[in-house]
Design a protein around this ligand. Structure first.
Ligand SMILES: Cc1cc2nc3c(=O)[nH]c(=O)nc-3n(C[C@H](O)[C@H](O)[C@H](O)COP(=O)(O)OP(=O)(O)OC[C@H]3O[C@@H](n4cnc5c(N)ncnc54)[C@H](O)[C@@H]3O)c2cc1C
Ligand code: FES
Length: 284
């Protein structure tokens, strides 16, 4: 449910900041609602985003990286752009300080529709955030039995750029999820897989039978991932992705985020490949 005044940010305290990568331009912010009422009214689903609001700097749409089952907190993993006003301001905050959050906005991954199916999750770079939310959710004891086999193919440029390293290690040790983690180029400490995500996807070649695939990554990765998925037999209606566009309001009012006749903030950000094939401006 969206809060009653959708433009009013809710105050949240930065409880924990985790530097995720060697380049130190990706940080995960764990935020705690300052009021119990706000915490219980902010109900979200995997795949949705929120507007992070910094007084004097502005607002940015950021995908929610925590699981809907994580009570009282929200997590966001944010990349700082050197000329980015909001992301730079956010990276300068310390634990204990207050920022604002409004949302949740957008649609979600269709997990109910995917129930009883095999799930394949394919991701590269920091677009992994809302899929991390999804994996945390799917692996919860209350949810895992709703889905069949879960295969995750996740890649980063280098070992130092992999997000959520502790969780990746934990998931790799479980026998109810197949984790395939790859880097474009390893270093001397890396004994894992090397290779670009689309190539590794072809090597792993997950079955398309009774399966859905969630795929998020930079445009170049998506461009080279869609053809093999189609060749493997995944129907476009079962290939699900998430789009990023510049946004101002986040609630379908300003017209800033449209692709064709769709507003990414309201009709998306989650779209099936079948839907995107109908929108020439969205061609991946
Ligand atoms: C639905 C949705 C979910 C998103 N989820 C996340 C997320 O989980 N984590 C995250 O870090 N970001 C996410 N983004 C992107 C994020 O909203 C932007 O990076 C952020 O708004 C930039 O704000 P800024 O004020 O720092 O930059 P601005 O001041 O708006 O931009 C300044 C300059 O920064 C650079 N820049 C800004 N954004 C980008 C970009 N996306 N790609 C390349 N260069 C850029 C450009 O050079 C730009 O000219 C998401 C966007 C959408 C629409
Ligand atoms: S961001 Fe305003 S309409 Fe989508």
């Amino acid at each position: 449910m969206t809060q009653s005044n959708p433009y009013l940010p809710l105050p949240v305290t930065i409880e924990k900041i985790t530097i995720e990568n060697e380049a130190k331009d990706l940080k995960t912010f764990r935020l705690r609602f300052q009021s119990d009422e706000d915490a219980s009214s902010f109900k979200y689903e995997c795949g949705q985003f929120a507007m992070l609001s910094i007084a004097g700097a502005g607002e940015s749409p950021i995908g929610i990286a925590s699981s809907p089952l994580d009570e009282g907190i929200l997590e966001f993993t944010v990349k700082r752009y050197p000329t980015g006003v909001v992301t730079t301001a956010l990276h300068n905050f310390d634990e204990g300080e207050t920022i604002g959050v409004r949302g949740p906005y957008g649609n979600a991954y269709p997990l109910e529709q995917m129930e009883g199916s095999n799930l394949v999750i394919v991701s590269g770079g920091f677009a992994f955030t809302t899929l991390r939310s999804t994996i945390r959710y799917l692996l919860d004891d209350s949810q895992r039995s709703r889905f069949k086999k879960i295969t995750v193919i996740y890649g980063a440029r280098s070992p130092g750029e992999l997000l959520y390293k502790d969780e990746l290690a934990e998931w790799e040790n479980r026998d109810d999820i197949e984790m395939v983690v790859t880097v474009d180029k390893g270093d001397e400490g890396w004994s894992g897989r090397e290779g670009f995500v689309p190539t590794v996807l072809q090597e792993v070649s997950p079955s398309a039978e009774n399966a859905y695939v969630l795929v998020c990554g930079p445009p170049i990765m998506l461009k080279f991932t869609m053809p093999p998925l189609l060749e493997m037999g995944f129907p476009p209606s079962r290939i699900i992705t998430s789009l990023e566009r510049k946004m101002t309001c986040g609630i379908g009012k300003c017209g800033r985020c449209n692709v064709g006749s769709k507003y990414v903030c309201k009709d998306g950000p989650v779209f099936t490949y079948e839907q995107l094939q109908q929108i020439p401006e969205a061609v991946l």
